[in-house]
Write a protein that binds this ligand. Structure first.
Ligand code: ZN
Ligand code: ZN
Length: 419
């Protein structure tokens, strides 16, 4: 047993005693979800607990963000981030602790991405580390981030002075529950999550009566040609071994059949895994939009608006290898490799702001028996609810224990003193 594993065993010795409180905390957070930037109840609860365990607590960072700092002697700093926000989805899990929460307009809210589990696991790790300060040395920063789903929560904390308000860590860590068997922890070196970029392209024509197309310039045809031509970006321009997705998710023009409208608008979502491909697709969209407009003799060039972007999540090799080795030592065959994910995250903005490396891993949250049955029947895609599904319902255990253990083990890979 390595020194760090000994430290982890020492710290995690306290898990059994706090497990009932953690499970109650998870059910409470699940029943009371809050949308991005509105995590007031959640952040108040987090701050109160961190204070009670002796953390120096910084509140209202970028709105509702909270950072708890526990300085415990010499050594490096480790920042661990959990996101707090929920989604505008009507929960259909049938769980006794299902959300019935609504926003100010009566819209439903649900923890459909498992951020309630992230908060609970980080609270568990923070509590255990505070209880066993003789097992580690250094500075632990528990960071609770608002608004991951809208994609601007990390940026908001950074703009509000995060890097000046907490000590600069040596490394940043984070985890996400995913629909793999609960009990598993899954790491991945290099690209792990895609970048996401949204574009709104408006093409301009000249309005005319529908019976007289020669008097106008038709932006509907222009937009239709643009949608078709955009399909060639991934199939004909991006290298076959560089994964990319380009989806036109919205197209809108006109209001009635006998009028050629003034303009047409399409909205595009792009997923890529590296800066080169990301830039290549962006350039291709602009080039094709301009060329289709020119081909249609448009009176003016298209408007191209880039909004709602997420950076790619590219795990640092050395950090991830260190975390993966600690996971293998602790979890044995429950530690594995994460598949490349097409989802996106804003977490990497935080280590980037500090100028430090990071690793982000997956924690399985599906009942292992249900997963195995579906895998055997070949019905994983239909039978196992994924993140953002109204039926998404992590098995509280062993997901919660595993998430707390993974956080503690990874943190102690840097801060553990062994004995
Ligand atoms: Zn999500
Ligand atoms: Zn999420």
């Amino acid at each position: 047993m390595s020194g760090n594993t000994t430290s982890a065993s020492q710290v995690l010795g306290g898990l059994e005693a706090i497990r009932p409180d953690l499970e109650a905390c998870y059910r409470d957070l699940h029943a009371h979800p809050e949308l991005g930037h509105q995590e007031k109840r959640t952040s108040a609860k987090v701050a109160a607990q961190l204070k009670s365990w002796g953390y120096e607590v910084h509140e209202r960072i970028g709105g509702t963000g909270v950072a708890g700092v526990l300085a415990n002697g010499d050594g490096p700093g480790v920042l661990f981030r959990a996101d707090m926000d929920a989604l505008p989805i009507k929960e259909q899990t049938g769980l006794p602790y299902a959300s019935t929460a609504t926003d100010a307009d009566g819209g439903p809210i649900m923890h459909a991405c498992g951020h309630d589990m992230h908060v609970t696991c980080l609270l568990g790790a923070a509590h255990l580390l505070a209880q066993a300060t003789d097992a580690w040395s250094g500075t632990f920063i528990a960071l609770f981030q608002p608004a991951e789903e809208p994609g601007d929560g990390a940026a908001g904390m950074i703009a509000d002075g995060l890097t000046d308000r907490v000590p600069r860590p040596q490394v940043c860590l984070a985890q996400h529950v995913l629909p793999y068997p609960a009990g598993q922890v899954l790491t991945r070196t290099g690209p792990a999550l895609s970048a996401a970029d949204n574009y709104r392209v408006t093409v301009y024509g000249r309005s005319a009566h529908g019976s007289a197309p020669d008097k106008g310039i038709d932006p509907v045809v222009m937009a239709a040609m643009l949608v078709v031509r955009l399909q060639t970006v991934v199939s004909r321009e991006v290298a076959p071994l560089s994964p990319a997705v380009l989806t036109v998710g919205s197209i809108h023009a006109g209001t009635n059949p006998n009028n050629i409208p003034e303009s047409a608008e399409i909205q595009i979502n792009v997923r890529t895994y590296g800066d080169d491909t990301r830039h290549q697709v962006k350039e291709a969209i602009a080039r094709i939009a301009q060329a289709e407009s020119a081909a249609s003799n448009a009176p003016k060039p298209p408007g191209i608006d880039h909004f709602g972007s997420f950076p790619p999540t590219i795990n640092d090799e050395e950090t991830t290898e260190k975390v993966a080795a600690a996971f293998s030592a602790f979890f044995a065959d429950r530690a594995g490799t994460l598949d490349l994910q097409t989802a996106s995250e804003d977490f990497s903005a935080i280590p980037k702001a500090f100028g430090v490396p990071f690793s982000y891993w997956g924690v399985g949250c599906t009942d292992p028996a249900a997963y195995e049955t579906a895998a055997r029947k070949g019905t994983l895609a239909t039978d196992i609810p994924v993140n953002h599904s109204a039926a998404f319902a992590p098995a509280i255990q062993p997901t919660l224990d595993t998430g707390v253990q993974a956080a503690v083990v990874a943190v102690l890979a840097y801060l553990g003193t062994g004995c």
